[in-house]
Design a protein around this ligand. Structure first.
Ligand SMILES: *Cc1c(COP(=O)(O)O)cnc(C)c1O
Length: 405
């Protein structure tokens, strides 16, 4: 059994703050600053260039990939860490397209849904422009409603690119079922686990997902700008064509050959120099994940989410639940519609409950059992009630939009 009181103690949380935004940026693990300090002073400071070997900096992305693999049901040595999620989305979709078009050259469509995060859609658009500059090939990004993905898995589709959990509503796709349906039509799948990794159990290997990507600064608490990850199914690992063929994905980077030869397996999904300092912070964050299981995290997350919905709905009739009511088809966040959601969220934040706002009218709260408990949820619901019932949000200063919402 996980001691969640003990894991909560392992995070620095500012006095008086209830942090319900770990789905956007996880909090600071108390062990991370010392770890980074040691990497900076004892490794960078003392070893300089020799740190790549002596301190194992070059092997770290593979090792961290294996730590993440355990949390997402992936095979060992099939997850690579580096770059940002947007880059990893591009890599995965490009390799997936290459596989799909080599099997079925007439296919035209990358299928996604309008619950996907804009950066994923932009990346797919950019790839299509790169592959089909003047549109003569007829390649197309087709974006449908989340409920309509299944019926749109037709034999026009080359790649299905889906984010498992909708960042606004928290609606969760059925990875197993959609992957099976896609494969029945010979469609290559790319799953974005941005709101899945560290939120609930993911079974990439069991679902036979072709590619997956995700970030580590949300539920995994790796720190702002922490590197992303990419998973390549063993069936593709040694044949996937890397579109971003950087030197560190080369089979022999230090042979400095004239032309690119992909490295073994998922090593080819490296691009350039690993972010050594960011990896140190991520590594410290992952130590905490060794103390729990995703099954326990999921069970606790459902408890917290159910409690939150019950309390908020009982007190705030003006807030309309935007998330699915059934926890089985929901991630680890709860969202409500409210017309003045931006101002209301600012007022809630001013009272120490940190959630966020997503246009046009979504107030979003993330639930992260490693450091959020029942008392936090009850207190948060009381504060939200006070703000909503007494209209504390209706003040000009809460209506000024910041750059990051
Ligand atoms: C958070 C998130 C991103 C962010 O991408 P970055 O490159 O890390 O900024 C992309 N896609 C999805 C689905 C996300 O939830």
């Amino acid at each position: 059994m996980t001691d969640f009181a003990a894991t909560k103690e392992m995070f620095y949380l500012p006095e008086g703050m209830i942090y319900l935004d770990g789905n956007s940026l996880g909090p600071l693990p108390k062990a991370a600053p010392a770890k980074m300090d040691a990497v900076m002073k004892d490794e960078w400071g003392e070893f300089l260039i020799t740190g790549w070997n002596k301190a194992g900096w070059m092997a770290r992305p593979t090792q961290i990939g294996n730590r993440i693999a355990r949390l997402i049901g992936a095979e060992e040595n099939h997850v690579m860490v580096g770059d940002t999620l947007s880059i990893k989305v591009f890599q995965a979709v490009a390799s997936a397209m290459d596989i799909a078009l080599s099997r079925n050259p007439d296919r035209k469509v990358i299928l996604s849904d309008n619950g996907n995060f804009p950066s994923d859609l932009y990346m797919a658009e950019g790839l299509i422009k790169t592959l089909d500059r003047d549109g003569t090939k007829g390649l197309e990004l087709r974006v449908v409603d989340p409920e309509a993905v299944e019926e749109n898995l037709t034999d026009e589709v080359a790649v299905m690119m889906i984010t498992e959990v909708d960042y606004r509503t928290g609606r969760k796709h059925d990875m197993q079922a959609l992957t099976e349906k896609a494969h029945a039509k010979d469609i290559v799948t790319v799953w974005d686990l941005a709101h899945s990794a560290g939120a609930f159990e993911v079974e990439l290997a069991a679902c036979k997902a072709d590619f997956a990507v995700g970030c580590t600064y949300k539920y995994l608490n790796g720190g702002p700008g922490a590197p992303a990850f990419i998973y390549v199914n063993p069936a593709h690992a040694d044949t996937a064509q890397p579109a971003l063929s950087g030197w560190l994905g080369h089979d022999a980077p230090f042979a400095f050959e004239q032309s690119y030869r992909p490295g073994a397996g998922v090593e080819r999904m490296r691009v350039g120099t690993p972010p050594v300092l960011a990896n140190a912070s991520l590594d410290a964050a992952l130590d905490i994940w060794d103390l729990t299981t995703m099954a326990e995290i999921r069970a606790k997350s459902i408890e917290l989410c159910e409690l939150f919905i019950k309390k908020v709905e009982a007190r705030c009739p003006m807030l309309k639940l935007a998330s699915p009511r059934d926890p089985q088809i929901r991630g680890s966040q709860i969202s409500f519609h409210f017309e003045d959601g931006y101002a209301a969220m600012q007022a809630v934040i001013a009272r120490g409950v940190i959630g966020d706002f997503r246009a046009p009218d979504i107030m979003r709260f993330g639930f992260t059992p490693l450091y959020v408990d029942e008392q936090d949820v009850i207190k948060a619901a009381e504060i939200i009630e006070d703000v909503m019932v007494n209209k504390l949000w209706d003040r000009p200063e809460y209506k000024v939009r910041n750059r990051v919402t």
